[in-house]
Design a protein around this ligand. Sequence first.
Ligand code: ZN
Ligand code: ZN
Length: 266
Amino acid sequence: MLKDFNTCPTKNVKIKSNFHTHNYMCGHAGGTVSDYVKEAVKFGYEIIGISDHCTHPLNLTSPNYMTVETLQGEYLPQFKHAQNLYGDKINILSAVEIEYFENNDGYYKTLLNHLDYLVMGQHEYVLNGKLKNSFFDGIDEENVIAYCNNVKAGIRSGYFSLVAHPDVIFYNCPAVTQIMANAFEEVVKEAVKYDTVLELNANGIRYHRFHYPTQLLIDLCKKYNAKVIVSSDCHNPKDLCDEYVKRLYAYAINQKLNVVDNIGCK
Ligand SMILES: [Zn+2]
Ligand SMILES: [Zn+2]
């Protein structure tokens, strides 16, 4: 639990955008692009970016996330449909949430040819040639350092406008050591250096009982005045602008973080 989180008043919170939004295509979310856009219009948002999961280049078959083929055949047509219905009321952007792995530039460039921006969601990383899971394997310094190096390389690549749940590596971490915190501090510094927005993720509160965002992320964003954005990471249209999002936004403002409402698509 973040200190002072529950006491933040949400009454005057006015949210204008959301850049991390899912869709039925990933298999563990509900709703079409239009369903989320409709919800965003209802709350008076100015911009909505839909960013469903996409298969990453080191694992092109599993899990059964979007491929370049289904992106073209099934995902992008949904944006056209939403544009026809709501394009005069809101700015609709297309994106995917995906891991970064070095030496796969062609893959990311292809995605960016079709989409407005990419969200880096580093759910997996490589250690000693093996794919590791960011939710469960961040239990020691070696793993945390490998994750941080992977995310920093992703930031430097220039393909990503937003780093989703940067602190997900601490999800299963029994105790964050000074060496781990130092490695993570370098991630925040890299984001500032390359003007990449870091995310405070409301889904970490909604469905993951405060595993993220962590106090460490908040403290480091404050220390370096890093640009942060509050994302719903909703997997259901009704969660787009729920109490968790509003409270997290109010909290970020209250903490005097450098909260932005746009990501400046790269
Ligand atoms: Zn994610
Ligand atoms: Zn997500």
